[in-house]
Ligand binder design. Structure first.
Ligand code: PMP
Ligand code: GLU
Length: 399
């Protein structure tokens, strides 16, 4: 919806599809419908209690003032340790910037690097906000697409084809939102080989789902010598620690990029909340057992949910190896109709599912994959089983 009173920047921006769909599900539920929302990417667990306790203690101690723009020193030290311990990445505290969510970290990086006309390669399917943030900065999103037949993993020749002398940045997530795919060390190594010939290209590696990885191993592209000095590794607390509402994310970056992000953040939001940062430092430096328990629960649900979804006629499903999403190809239903309404694309399919089955999912179109839908299995077993039953009944009505 365009409004001449608003800036071109806003008029050209798409609303976040994940947030929009979640709101539509809430609206339908508020009218008394029993809606199962599998639309938002949010763990259904509570933040582990020792982390909450640390925030309470920090508040009581008076940790309520402005913080340094790039984050408190104890938290930045904990992040430096975490990068070393979990990822084999070496950063100094001056290379860490803490933000109000990984979303802000990503926006900081893009706004720091991208000028009008610069190209940014997005590995599609991509997370919704990458594209809009790139457009906001005046950049040109260049989509490289992998479909379900290649488990949504971009290969070296696809990357090579997309790179040009205008490319400034590539952005991807592993484990990936929306597909749940994980880039293995071999996958990353093949990409790095290509990037060796493009020394000015910066890599933004979004690793926010790091701890929800069922392959047993998380690999960071920043560990490869050829790209280590030009990789920004973004992570956060929302997913692995079930802290979505705390709004805390961070990056480890080359110093010149960290400084730029610090400068932008100093003018736009300043440092993140003081007591949140105190608790986040505790989250990183204490046992990861609660996180591992959540991961186990997600893995168990994945097995159950993928098994059930793949029995629905017309759902082409692969087995995601991380995050908490399934991204089936439902294009077999395009061209079919219900009560005179034709399903032309994934947007129509998602709306049909919401209206007829009262199950909220997100259309793949917002993720650069119009043949798919995204379902989050961060929900109870009962909800997931009931959702599958409703989906099966709904698609049986299409002809
Ligand atoms: N990156 C990806 C891939 C995500 O799914 C999300 C969604 N929360 C974010 C970044 C942003 O996370 P945060 O809540 O830390 O802003
Ligand atoms: N990242 C989550 C998702 O993809 C949360 C919503 C959002 O920030 O877009 O659903």
């Amino acid at each position: 919806m365009s409004d001449p009173r608003l800036s071109r920047r806003v008029n050209e921006m798409e609303e976040s599809a994940t947030i929009k769909m979640t709101q539509m599900a809430r609206d339908l539920a508020s009218k008394g419908h029993n809606v199962i929302s599998l639309s938002i990417g949010e763990p259904d667990f509570d933040t582990p209690s020792h982390i909450k306790q640390a925030a309470i203690e920090a508040l009581e101690k008076g940790d309520t003032k402005y913080t340094p723009v790039p984050g408190t020193m104890p938290l930045r030290k904990a992040i430096v340790e975490k990068f070393k311990r979990d990822n084999g990445l070496e950063f100094t505290e001056g290379q860490i910037v803490v933000s109000n969510g990984a979303k802000q970290s990503i926006a900081n990086v893009v706004l720091s690097l991208i000028d009008e006309g610069d190209e940014v390669i997005l590995f599609a399917p991509y997370w919704v906000s990458y594209k809009e943030i790139v457009k906001l900065a005046g950049g040109i999103p260049v989509e490289v697409k992998a479909d379900i037949s290649q488990d949504f993993i971009i290969n070296a020749s696809q990357l090579k084809e997309a790179l040009s002398d205008k490319t400034r940045l590539i952005i991807f997530s592993s484990p990936c939102n929306p597909t749940g795919s994980v880039y293995t060390k071999e996958d990353l190594s093949a990409l790095v080989e290509v990037l060796k010939d493009f020394p000015k290209v910066v890599i933004l590696s979004d690793e926010i789902y790091e701890y929800i990885n069922f392959t047993g191993k998380h690999d960071s592209i920043g560990t490869f010598q050829a790209v280590k000095d030009r990789t920004v590794t973004v992570n956060g607390f929302s997913k692995g620690f079930a802290m979505t509402g705390w709004r805390l994310g961070y990056m480890g970056a080359p110093k010149w990029i960290a400084d730029a992000c610090n400068k932008i953040q100093g003018q736009i939001t300043s440092g993140a909340a003081a007591f949140n940062q105190a608790a986040a430092a505790v989250a990183l430096s204490t046992s990861l057992e609660p996180t591992q328990e959540m991961k186990k629960a997600f893995e168990r649900r994945r097995d159950m949910f993928v098994g059930l979804l793949s029995t629905i006629p017309g759902f082409k499903v692969n087995t995601p190896t991380g995050a908490f999403y399934v991204f089936p190809d439902i294009s077999e239903y395009f061209g079919k109709s219900y009560e005179g309404q034709e399903i032309r694309n994934a947007d129509d399919f998602a709306m049909f599912i919401l209206e007829v089955a009262h199950v909220a999912v997100v259309s793949g179109s917002a993720f650069g994959a119009d043949e798919c839908i995204r379902l989050s299995y961060a929900a109870s077993d009962e909800q997931l089983k009931e959702a599958v039953k409703r989906l099966r009944d709904a698609v049986a009505k299409l002809s």
